[in-house]
Design a protein around this ligand. Structure first.
Ligand code: GLA
Length: 392
């Protein structure tokens, strides 16, 4: 409900901006960072119709839908052959994509799919090259709500282009082409660019219609990789806004390669980054601990804050980093991150975050009000975070 209200507020704010400029534009399909689930991180190629239905069921039963998660996204390996007319069909793992979309929609959820602007996807399946308009129409007819469009084999002609400029032109043209094809269907679909952050995609991803764009290579279920990607987002905050998000890749929470404190760090950092929250675990087999991390309403509210502002690094001292995200109403979410292997004393003064005098503060994971204070001190365990909501 709260989620819905926040999304509605963001859409209304955008509507007002459009009205003020006199332009007519459809509301964005992603006024706040998309939330959902994607098959790749956990299932890779072992994904099929029954598993996707089970994830949709679990998204509802676990309370994730009510916490704001919406998209059930099928990643690579669903693709089958094209028929004589060039129309793409799913492979035997997905007997009826329209029926699957109907099922997912009947749960109050949305269905996403995956393709490549190249002739082949990263896993070697059929891509959309030369069939963009046709594929977009097929997705719309099935009832698809979200497309992840992954560069993959288009990198081959780019490498042969002869210059960085020519290579980039190939890429930009390909992403524009699919954007136009999606828009021509008349069905709103979230458009997710996946090209691993080449050519500073944050500078132009929005101009080719992207609602989100991957800023890095693939995440793995290891603290070091997650931290390299997440903390490597420093400096990108100015490129995110409602409708256009930096995407540091999908979540690994619950996949087993990190401990609970590390997964809290992952979730907190993604929330501060206003990153898409796409769970990448098996939702049908979640521990209570995993569920609690993924459905923490206060953390989700930071990610989905209607101001739509990405947070950034405030300062770092070796492995100790302080990050902050501006929130609607003048508050800030603040993360005290300890990337070292030892517990660390960390301090933040709220004056350094721009607050004057004592302000209301709350320890988010501790679910504890800290009163009106001017600073906070914490002993932060190894690889952990203390996440605060300050000032509002
Ligand atoms: C690339 C993407 C991943 C996933 C795979 C599928 O590696 O970055 O997120 O989609 O392709 O093959």
């Amino acid at each position: 409900m709260r989620q819905g209200l926040m999304a509605a507020a963001a859409v209304a704010a955008m509507g007002a901006a459009v009205w003020a400029s006199g332009a007519a534009a459809a509301p964005s399909a992603a006024p706040t960072p998309p939330m959902g689930w994607n098959s790749w991180n956990h299932f890779e190629a072992k994904i099929d119709d029954a598993t996707v239905r089970a994830q949709a069921d679990a998204m509802v039963a676990s309370g994730m839908r009510d916490a704001g998660y919406r998209y059930i996204n099928i990643d690579d390996t669903w693709e089958g052959e094209r028929d004589a007319k060039g129309v793409i069909h799913p492979n035997a793992k997905f007997p009826d994509m329209k029926a699957l979309a109907d099922y997912v929609h009947s749960k109050g959820l949305k269905l996403g799919i995956y393709s490549s602007p190249g002739p082949k996807t990263c896993a070697g399946y059929e891509g959309s090259f030369g069939h963009e308009a046709q594929d977009a129409q097929t997705y719309a007819a099935w009832g698809i709500d979200y497309l992840k469009y992954d560069l993959c084999s288009l990198s081959a002609p780019m490498l042969k282009a002869g210059s960085l400029e020519k290579a980039q032109a190939i890429e930009v043209e390909a992403y524009r082409k699919m954007d136009a094809a999606l828009k021509a269907t008349g069905r709103p679909m979230v458009y997710s660019l996946c090209q691993y952050g080449f050519y500073q995609v944050w500078r132009w991803g929005g101009s080719v219609g992207g609602n989100l764009w991957r800023t890095t290579g693939d995440i793995t279920d290891k603290f070091a990789r997650m931290a390299t990607i997440g903390f490597g987002q420093a400096g990108l905050s100015k490129y995110a806004k409602p409708g256009n998000w930096n995407d540091p890749d999908m979540l690994e929470v619950g996949n087993g390669g990190m401990n609970a404190l590390e997964y809290r760090t992952h979730m907190s950092l993604w929330a501060i980054l206003a990153a898409p929250l796409l769970a990448g675990n098996d939702l049908s087999k979640m521990s209570d601990e995993t569920k609690a991390i993924l459905t923490n309403r206060e953390v989700i509210a930071i990610d989905q804050d209607p101001a739509g502002r990405q947070g950034d690094r405030v300062r770092s001292e070796g492995p100790l980093e302080v990050w902050a995200k501006p929130l609607a109403g003048g508050g800030k979410a603040v993360g005290l991150f300890n990337l070292s292997d030892q517990p660390a004393n960390m301090d933040v003064s709220f004056a350094e975050l721009g607050f004057k005098g004592p302000v209301k503060a709350r320890d988010v994971w501790g679910a504890k009000d800290l009163g009106k204070v001017k600073s906070h001190h914490a002993v932060v365990p190894a690889h952990a975070v203390v996440l605060l909501r300050v000032g509002a």
